[in-house]
Design a protein around this ligand. Structure first.
Ligand SMILES: *Cc1c(COP(=O)(O)O)cnc(C)c1O
Length: 389
């Protein structure tokens, strides 16, 4: 196996399992968990994460954002149910139906086209139907039918559409991660009222009703319903700093590099583009071969730090595309070849995704998703490396 030196993200799959178990303790026995692994598993790697979750009893299935993400899972022999949470374009209907991927519906034209796709497949001797989940907009203003008469007519049409089976209905909270839950509870009430009305009108129950994201799993247990959609918390990250940290989530990802160059420069030496940092004393400067081209935020220029030999080393000057410099004047044991931790723990010190997000004016979700393709992911089960991409 190749040893990655320049940069690598260590992904601890045991931590994923721990986080799932921690959340399982919070949810009702009747509730299944849909694990959200869109954007390549929030940057952690959708296939390896899904592979460890596939055999967990509490995992009912997976949710992704796009058709391509669903196909990637099927191609990797992930066989549990997969739901595409976003809009699916008609060009993908045949393949997704054939591969038993659930789609989210909220547009009338989708129903007709799905029905036609099923007919097409059937006429080719493939017996199948389109499993769909109806999206209801109760306060995101994003995708979804409105919980009104027109929305009701949509549900009725979906229920009676040939080749289509309405397996689920769901909504999404806009503000479940805030201390004040008034808005999320309002959304939940709207959703319940609409679903009750729809089931009564259609004279048929919809098997899977769901609305809870990570924040609601943590703080709104009354919204569990049939499924919860666990995203960010599965990766050991918090939905916001307003959410109470009452369960023991473990960060799944840490990011490392190695010092490639170390030198002493006199006072008055400008460091990096623009000379935005000028040394004020004799300084030991080390170069780290990682940059914004890897998704390491340029906004950390002159304000961030990394960990070397269990100590904090401040970033000097601007982050370049592929490199940046740090001050190791106070870390004499830092030499060329030393491990550098950009995210994660080194001894007593830790840099969390949340801290980096705050410091760079970004968002922990965004930072994880933006870790570049150029960063190899190394997967661990326990202390053992299980695969390496
Ligand atoms: C991304 C997403 C989730 C997961 O949200 P987290 O805050 O990461 O738990 C759930 N539902 C929908 C519809 C989503 O788009």
């Amino acid at each position: 196996m190749k040893k990655h030196k320049r940069v690598f993200a260590a992904i601890h799959l045991d931590a994923v399992k721990n986080n799932i178990e921690q959340m399982e303790k919070m949810i009702s026995d009747k509730t299944g968990m849909l694990c959200v692994i869109k954007t390549d598993g929030y940057g952690h790697g959708a296939v390896p994460v899904a592979s460890v979750l596939e055999s967990e009893d509490c995992v009912a299935g997976f949710a992704v954002a796009t058709a391509e993400e669903a196909i990637e899972l099927r191609d990797a022999d992930i066989n549990k149910p997969v739901l595409v949470l976003g809009y699916t374009f008609p060009q993908d209907y045949d393949e997704l139906i054939y591969r038993n991927v659930r789609m989210t519906v909220f547009r009338r034209d989708t129903l007709k086209k799905l029905s036609e796709a099923v007919e097409r497949l059937n006429s080719n001797g493939i017996s199948c139907k389109a499993l769909v989940h109806i999206k209801v907009d109760t306060g995101m203003g994003r995708i979804g039918i409105m919980p009104d008469d027109e929305g009701l007519a949509f549900v009725e049409e979906a229920m009676s559409c040939k080749g289509i089976e309405v397996e689920g209905i769901f909504t999404h909270f806009a503000r479940a991660d805030e201390t004040d839950k008034t808005s999320a509870v309002e959304q939940y009430k709207k959703f319940i009222a609409f679903v009750n009305r729809a089931e009564k009108t259609c004279g048929k129950a919809i098997p899977y009703k769901h609305c809870a994201n990570s924040a609601a799993i943590l703080e709104l247990p009354q919204t569990n319903m049939d499924l919860v959609r666990a995203g960010i918390a599965m990766y050991g990250l918090w939905p916001s700093d307003e959410v109470k940290k009452e369960i023991a989530l473990q960060p799944v990802l840490s990011l490392h590099s190695h010092i490639v160059y170390c030198k002493e420069v006199p006072a008055g030496t400008p460091i990096s583009y623009g000379g935005t940092y000028v040394t004020d004393k004799l300084t030991r400067v080390a170069t780290v071969p990682v940059g914004y081209g890897d998704g390491y935020p340029r906004a950390l220029s002159n304000i961030g730090h990394v960990l070397v030999c269990g100590k904090k080393a401040p970033i000097l000057g601007r982050i370049c595309m592929d490199q940046f410099m740090i001050d190791v004047s106070d870390i004499p044991e830092a030499v060329e070849g030393c491990l550098v931790t950009l995210i994660g723990r080194d001894g007593k010190e830790e840099i969390t995704m949340e801290q980096l997000g705050d410091l760079s004016g970004r968002f922990n979700y965004e930072l994880a998703c933006d870790l570049g393709k150029r960063i190899p992911r190394v997967y661990y089960e326990g202390k053992e490396i299980c695969s390496d991409f």
